[in-house]
Design a protein around this ligand. Structure first.
Ligand code: ZN
Length: 289
């Protein structure tokens, strides 16, 4: 009798927690699809993907991702929408998630994690912003070893304190930065692919020093695109510095040639095969953990 009373007492709480979470995400998905429609994207049903989320952005939007496959020995993490004013990557990765959902053959013996919109607040703003809602450039906010000493100094000197590249007041201060770090800690990926725009190249950060060989490999991976491979300089607080340089994770930044939302579907068609090859790849320099 006593146990029954406890169950009866707890049940409504459990049910309420679950339904409010679902309702919360449905509301968010509606806002997202509204934004997508403004960009002319009508083929992405956000709610038809089984996203997970445990964290929220500064404005309380879900920081969501989807995991495909169980074999964590070869995991690839895709990140998009880090800069809210670069819409095409959000389209590409949401569409890739929809594609993978129907094609389990691509992740039977590996794991793919997709976080298509790391900065929902910047993306959903009436006038989208590179930074998050607190004005921080999330690709300058990772807690790299050089952050305390150089992040603010380089921002003032090299960027002339441009607001859109503000690194924050402390390393790793932002919930969206913590979200990305949590993904890296949880999945320990062999490879990270972060998609930006509009510079039109591949950038690599990681352990290998044989850039010639890497360049050949990337040319094979991205054969449709024939993009140059840059070894761009790293910044205090950038993902390439944090994951590639400091943790030796094979980190590719794909800079799409434009931010034009009308070209997002073309880019998806162009890069999908490259992504599949990259996920499958056993390039030796990626190594093992
Ligand atoms: Zn960017």
């Amino acid at each position: 009798m006593k146990r029954f009373a406890v169950i009866v007492f707890l049940m409504p709480m459990i049910l309420r927690a679950e339904s409010s979470t679902t309702l919360e995400f449905t509301k968010f998905a509606t806002a997202l699809e509204h934004k997508f429609a403004l960009y002319g994207w009508h083929d992405l049903k956000v709610n038809s993907i089984a996203w997970e989320y445990y964290r929220k952005s500064g404005l309380n939007n879900p920081l969501f991702f989807r995991v495909f496959g169980n074999d964590g020995s070869n995991a690839t993490v895709f990140l998009g929408g880090v800069h809210g004013d670069e819409p095409a990557p959000v389209y590409i990765l949401t569409k890739l998630a929809l594609f993978l959902q129907d094609h389990p053959e691509y992740y039977r013996d590996r794991q793919i994690v997709i976080a298509p919109l790391v900065n929902p607040d910047g993306f959903l703003a009436a006038k989208p912003t590179r930074t998050n809602s607190r004005g921080v450039d999330l690709n300058r906010n990772f807690p790299t070893r050089d952050w305390d000493k150089f992040a603010s100094q380089q921002w003032k000197r090299n960027e002339r304190a441009a607001k859109r590249k503000f690194p924050g007041t402390a390393a790793g201060s932002e919930s969206e930065t913590k979200f990305q770090i949590a993904l890296l800690n949880r999945f320990s990926p062999l490879k990270i692919v972060s998609i930006h725009s509009p510079l039109g190249f591949y950038d690599y950060d990681g352990a290998t020093s044989d850039l010639e060989r890497l360049g050949k490999w990337l040319k094979e991976i991205g054969r449709e695109t024939d993009f140059p491979v840059n070894k761009f300089k790293v910044y205090p607080g950038s993902l390439g510095n944090y994951a590639g340089v400091e943790r030796s994770v094979f980190t590719i930044t794909l800079e799409l040639p434009s931010s034009d939302p009308a070209r997002a579907n073309d880019y998806y068609d162009l890069f999908r095969q490259s992504f599949i090859r990259l996920v499958e790849s056993t390039y030796p320099a990626i190594g093992s953990r």
